[in-house]
Design a protein around this ligand. Sequence first.
Ligand code: PGA
Length: 257
Amino acid sequence: MKKNCYILANWKMNPATKKEALALVQKIKKELPRVQKTEVVVIPPVLYLSPLREKFKSVLFGVQTVAPDDVHAHTGSISAAMAKSEGATYAIVGHSEVRSAGATNEVVGASLREALKAGLVPILCVGEKARDHNGFYLHEIKTQLEEALAQVPKTAHDKILVAYEPLWAIGKEALREATPEEFREIAIFIRKVFSDIAGVKVATSMVVVYGGSVDEKSINPFLEAGANGFLIGRASLDAKKFVDIVTLAEAYYKPKK
Ligand code: PGA
C-alpha cells in the first residue's frame, strides 16, 4: 500500500566500517517513533546490506545502483536480482553521481528495467546540471524521463518513484537547496511528462520526492509544496537529524486532533 511520505536515506559511500553502519541503524531504530504514514528506507553501501538486513529484520533497505543487465561479465557490478535476494526492497537508479561516472539515459533505463524485473521498487533520479533562462533544464529532465521510461513496459510505469535532485543542490559542493517553489514547478512537470507517457492515473498517483541538501529545517515547506518525501544524503548519516526528519514528516500527515 502506498504511504503518504517516503524518507529515503542515501548513505552513499558511508560510513567507513560495518561496525559504524550497524551502530547507525541501531541508533535510528532506538529513537525512531512508530510511523504509519511514512515509509523509511535505509540505502547503505551494498557491502553492508546483508549484515544490516540480518540484524534489523523490520527495517526496509535499498541499494544505490543496479547493473543495466543480468549478463554476468560485469566486473564490480551487482545485479538487481542479487540485491533483491540479499534483502533490498528499493533501488536508486540514475543517481547523478552514477550518471557522471558514465551512465547514459539509456543505461539508466536499462537499470530501471532490471530493478523492476527483479521486483525492486526503483527510485529514478532526475535533475538538471544548471538552471538557465531559456528553460533548457526542462528539456534535460524530460529527456531523462522519456529515455528511461522507453526501456520499461508500460504496465510497470506505476511502480516507479521519481526523485528530483538538481545537481547544483546536491552534496558538499551544493550552491544552495532548491526552493519549495522550484520543486513544485518540476514536480508538476514530471507528472505532465508521465501523464503523456503513462496516462493521467499514473501521473496523479505517482510518488515524487525531493533531494538535495535536505535537513530537518527544510521538510515542512517542501511537504507543503507537494513533495511526497525526500532522498537524503548528508543528513541521513546523523541519527538525530534523520529521526527528526521522519518525525516531522509523520506529524505532517497524522490527522490533527
Ligand atoms: P545531499 O545528497 O542530501 O547530501 O545533498 C542528496 C543525494 O545526493 O541523494
